[in-house]
Design a protein around this ligand. Structure first.
Ligand code: GLC
Length: 387
């Protein structure tokens, strides 16, 4: 974490990987803050203060802040609309990270400093990302999910389950040029080019709204606290109404919420926000988590099920294990008292780090590491060990 730290003026942030990722990323910085709460809450606060520094006036927080120009030749130069940040967002883990910091040091002043940014951000998501007021939020580009080439987005991008990284990248570039056409205006972009409601994004939002409600209560904003709690419940109910089929939550696309029945780790993400019932959770664990034909491979948890036609153990988000998704599923398992399964997931995560180091992703059959090196997400193990 210290090696990856960078400073710009009064701002301080952490690169996910100095060799591969030269900027500050939204959900990465939330994970960094969560990791840093175990070492130094002041550094955790600084990470988030620099994250919110480039918030848009409409409340959106960019998924990338370009504090310094990248000298990396291998980092794709994508025009995301702005000069010093992108114009899309990422899974809204901010309130979670802020709340965890507050749990450590009870610093009300920090809560109060961050509250205005959070209020704007979550209000933006609740309004601009849900123009039909159906209580479910949309994303305008796969990159907003944090899972760039996940097979959940193949149908909306008109891609086959078996594809090359290049083909996927090409389609995402085409979508970015459409995002430009509509000036990154979310309601228009969603309706016309990429009408997707993603399960993890909404699960993460539900959990974060619950915590934002607790934060508002701490600051004596009782009405707002009630409002955010209520919004969390509304999204939970909408997810159950629009995404659930035979006990499984599926991401949807299009006007009428067509379900994208592609089996990825996302089916476990509702556990993170207690959106599933105990019965649903039990079935999910038995039929999918503990099933060697689905997700229970020699190393867990693959991001795509072995039985899915899109599964590729070397395919970035199409099979390999990522530490942040392991952390989210770990928290979800704990919520439902699946302690043995959570311990096993933790054990596997530790083994992967011991075997292959702090890599970006890991092969679920061999544990071999892929992608970026000195990648920060492995640090989430510290938070899992402390849970
Ligand atoms: C990759 C990941 C994304 C992450 C970024 C920086 O694009 O897919 O989730 O935020 O790298 O680590």
């Amino acid at each position: 974490m210290l090696t990856n730290r960078r400073r710009k003026g009064k701002y301080q942030y952490t690169l996910p990987s100095p060799d591969s990722y030269p900027y500050q990323w939204l959900w990465d910085s939330c994970f960094h803050a969560i990791i840093l709460t175990h070492y130094n809450t002041e550094d955790a606060k600084k990470e988030l203060l620099s994250l919110v520094a480039k918030q848009f006036t409409n409340g959106m927080i960019p998924h990338m802040n370009y504090w310094q120009e990248s000298k990396k030749k291998n980092f794709p130069k994508i025009d995301w609309g702005e000069k010093d940040s992108s114009s899309i967002t990422q899974p809204p883990m901010l309130a979670y990270a802020v709340w965890q910091i507050y749990q450590k040091d009870q610093d009300l002043e920090f809560l109060s400093n961050l509250y205005g940014y959070m209020k704007l951000f979550y209000n933006y998501l609740l309004k601009e990302r849900d123009p039909r007021e159906h209580h479910i939020t949309g994303i305008i580009n796969p990159d907003e999910s944090g899972e760039d080439n996940s097979p959940r987005f193949d149908i909306p991008l008109d891609l086959p389950p078996k594809q090359t990284i290049k083909q996927n990248y090409q389609k995402r570039l085409e979508l970015i040029s459409k995002n430009h056409e509509c000036n990154f205006d979310a309601p228009y972009c969603m309706k016309n080019f990429f009408w997707v409601k993603d399960v993890p994004f909404n699960s993460i939002l539900v959990e974060n709204l619950k915590l934002l409600s607790l934060i508002a209560a701490k600051l004596n904003f009782d009405k707002e606290s009630e409002y955010y709690h209520h919004q969390a419940l509304l999204i939970k109910h909408a997810m159950r109404k629009l995404m659930l089929d035979d006990g499984i939550f599926w991401s949807t696309y299009g006007k009428n919420y067509k379900k994208i029945k592609v089996k990825t780790w996302a089916i476990f993400s509702p556990l993170f926000a207690k959106v599933a019932t105990d019965q649903e959770a039990k079935r999910l664990i038995k039929n999918y988590f503990l099933n060697p034909d689905e997700f229970y491979l020699p190393f867990i948890l693959p991001t795509t099920s072995k039985s899915d036609p899109a599964f590729d153990p070397k395919g970035f988000w199409r099979g390999p294990i990522w530490m942040a998704t392991n952390w989210i599923v770990f928290k979800g398992l704990k919520n439902y008292d699946f302690h043995a399964e959570a311990e096993y997931l933790l054990d596997c995560s530790l083994k992967l780090l011991e075997k292959s180091g702090f890599r970006e992703q890991f092969n679920p059959f061999t544990g071999k590491g892929y992608g970026a090196r000195n990648f920060t997400w492995g640090g989430l193990i510290v938070d899992m060990l402390a849970s």
